[in-house]
Design a protein around this ligand. Sequence first.
Ligand code: FAD
Ligand code: FES
Length: 329
Amino acid sequence: MLLTCYEVRPETSDVTSFFFNSDQPVDFIPGQFLTLLVPIEARTSARAYSLSSIPSESHLQLTIKRVPGGRVSNHLLDALQPGDTLEAMAPAGEFHRDAAGEGAWLLLSAGCGITPVYSMLRERLQREPDADIVFVHSARSTADRLFPAELEALAAAHPNLKLHWVIGDEPNPEPFKGRLDAEQLKARVPDLADRTAMICGPAAYMDAVKAMLQAEGVAEDRIHNEAFVAPESATLKADSDEAGHQLSVDGIELPILPGQTVLDSLEKGGLPIFAACRTGVCGSCKCKGEKGKLESSSVLGLTPEEIEQGYFLACSSTVTADMTVELND
Ligand SMILES: Cc1cc2nc3c(=O)[nH]c(=O)nc-3n(C[C@H](O)[C@H](O)[C@H](O)COP(=O)(O)OP(=O)(O)OC[C@H]3O[C@@H](n4cnc5c(N)ncnc54)[C@H](O)[C@@H]3O)c2cc1C
Ligand code: FES
């Protein structure tokens, strides 16, 4: 589909919301993401962005944070203007309203991780104004809070929505100061174990929050989270003593370093591979390799038969030996 940007709205010093019209109806579940295809110089890069709008709104809203050194986020924040168009793929993702269910919610987000839960929150309250929701958002500073006016207005209009800000580096009138910890969380949300938790933010934040919830007895199937960045295990081990390996793709030999993902090696070699989410959730980077030579941090969307046959997600896999790769057509 083709999106036309009609408004660019700075939210904080490094986060901007973009408002788009689409050339076709866009059906999505609050919490899902769109994949933008962004041409920069001679190359088109695909990146996933959660929709911060809700389905009943006529526009689509993406709220994007500048990542230092990042290819696409910086380009969008520096260059995308009203009137510009971008190709996008259909919404996807499993972190959404339906996964959260219809019971009491605990929404936890940090920084730009607010986008999917903000959409879920607004849609649920529109459908069910009395829904029982606790929303805890962590920001570096008061100025870095995202959608503060909108969230305060929602909390004022919906007494069953309890809103808590956790502010990192400023004294804050709210009882939450500094980093979120288990004591603060329990004090504010005494019925933690009765809620379904939806968590989105940096990996360290999500790990810490998940551990707090588990320690308080929240069942595994009531804790859902979404990562914007690939897991640690799939990043380059720059100081490793291990030797690298070779990938063989249609007769082309490519080097792959210890800890380097197959996706990274293929992209550096200029081979055509499509990767929408880059974090092992969308399945678009599926390739075929050799089962015993792979270490994968995600196999989401692959069937046991496919895994047995050597299919893997290039964004979430490293290799332990030289390997032949077949790209998915
Ligand atoms: C399901 C999903 C939903 C997403 N939703 C949003 C959203 O609503 N808003 C948003 O701003 N981003 C979102 N992202 C992240 C987005 O897809 C890009 O990864 C991000 O914009 C960085 O892309 P880049 O091209 O600028 O950086 P790249 O050039 O891809 O990466 C540069 C370096 O920065 C690291 N990096 C990438 N992303 C981050 C990050 N977020 N924080 C810290 N380091 C990072 C990379 O590991 C790499 O080392 C989402 C990602 C996923 C998978
Ligand atoms: S790019 Fe989405 S699973 Fe690999």
